[in-house]
Design a protein around this ligand. Sequence first.
Ligand code: ADP
Ligand code: MG
Length: 321
Amino acid sequence: MPLIGLKESALKLILFGGKGGVGKTTCAASTGVFLARDFKTLLVSTDPAHSVSDSLGQQIGDVVTGVKNVKNLSALEINAEKALREFKMEYEKEIKKILDTSTNLDQEDIESVFSMSIPGLDEVMGFKTIMNLMDKGEYDKYIIDTAPTGHALRLLTMPKLLDDWVKMLAKLRWKYRYMVKTFSGKIQADEADDFLLNMKKTVKKIEELLRDPDRCEFIAVTIPEEMAILETSRLIGSLGEYGVKVKQLVVNNVAMVSDCEFCRERRKEQEKYINQIKKKFANLHTTIMYQQPREVKGADALSVFTRQLAQGDRVEVADRL
Ligand SMILES: Nc1ncnc2c1ncn2[C@@H]1O[C@H](COP(=O)(O)OP(=O)(O)O)[C@@H](O)[C@H]1O
Ligand SMILES: [Mg+2]
């Protein structure tokens, strides 16, 4: 059965996640090709080891780029470090003001705190880039090719990371404001306060979006192998803890039953794990993807792949090559 619900108009953000090498990028890119037929679609990679360019057979990079030969599909490979640098540049004045007015740090210390790298903040900023794009409302669908499991979870816990960071700054700020109020009796919100308030709002917005099953869906991708199944279990469990409910699963790389002896043997071995998957994830909608005779690369191959992924046809990419 193919993936379901992708065309629901409320559904804006679709994330693909799973262990390394299971086919996340391939599924995300072919879903992009599929949805672009009806919707303005943006395919975004947050995996630092970007492979959307490879999958599409076209250099993408950190600027939104139109995908050749696929109308209505654009792609972007987020450079989280660059996003953080830009964020710091944009809010340098506000952040330094908070440090300056709320701490005893001298200018030199402030510079070094400002340039300090805060773990996870670059990814947070990467996700903020997606939110900013969504706010602009240029696209109907945003498809995210996430990094392997551990990383994807960091991305989703990121609102908390950002929240902690804002809280830390706000705490400093409150001390300062308390003093100002005590000594001068009056207090006025300044740009540093506005900055904190805005950041707080961003965190809330991201969290609400990720937890809204109508607007956001996380699709798990796995393969019929023991380690991948274990990791999928962990991933779905952890996502659940963050309030993200996984509804469907792609089981990729399943060998087709054919006259080929090797394929038959392989399939027999896989059958054991496919049954395990069916039992373990009985409540999830499952889409089986067959192993193709060659890599799925380029818009044409992706468009054939998606006939099976999203339309339910049983195809081999090779039949068109
Ligand atoms: N069903 C499939 N049949 C054949 N090759 C596949 C299939 N799914 C993925 N691939 C290939 O396997 C490699 C890894 O897939 P990819 O989508 O990049 O995985 P991930 O993003 O999870 O690391 C790619 O070269 C891709 O073309
Ligand atoms: Mg990938």
